[in-house]
Design a protein around this ligand. Sequence first.
Ligand SMILES: [Zn+2]
Length: 203
Amino acid sequence: MSLSTTISENCPHCNSIQEIEYYQTVNITADPNLKDKVLNGTLNSKICTDCLKEINIFSGFLYHDMKNRLMFEVKVSDKQDERKTEVINEFKKNGYIYREIYSYPELVEKIHIFDNNLNDSVIENISNKLKAMLDESLKQIKEPDSEINFNVFFKKIENGFFKKKIVFYCFSHPSQMMEMKYDFKNLTESEKKNLYNIEILRS
Ligand SMILES: [Zn+2]
């Protein structure tokens, strides 16, 4: 079951009072249409009835996929809630894969990875390797103490005729999006073995 509350908030653009429905739990098995809202970034947002601009509620929520036993918690702070932890441990005992997530793009990436039946920890390893490499190359040309670094997100698996590749989006600034392809032949033996093994992630 999904769980939502309706709250009254002032529109940040025109200050008029607006009623906004916001979700604490999104159960995409019970409400598949909510998955689209999560993926296109319109969950917990609405168009102001007065100024027609978009209002976003920045708040944590739980993404729950019962069919695939996935639970992603989008968190806005590090605070732990004991009662919640207990509930989540119960789900984990039942074979759920649980992930804590601290940004919206990360959530979309997670959903995308599991939609492709891929093991997210293998993808994360490779994406960290690429990020380290890119950050290092950036260091050569930037000021040593500059704060700029790369974001790397999984895009897709490319099934070429002879070789398969894992494609990532990489950017240090969203206006400079590029793609990097990681050849399957560069995977280690264990990465190869586990890339399509999701069951190994369940405790
Ligand atoms: Zn408004």
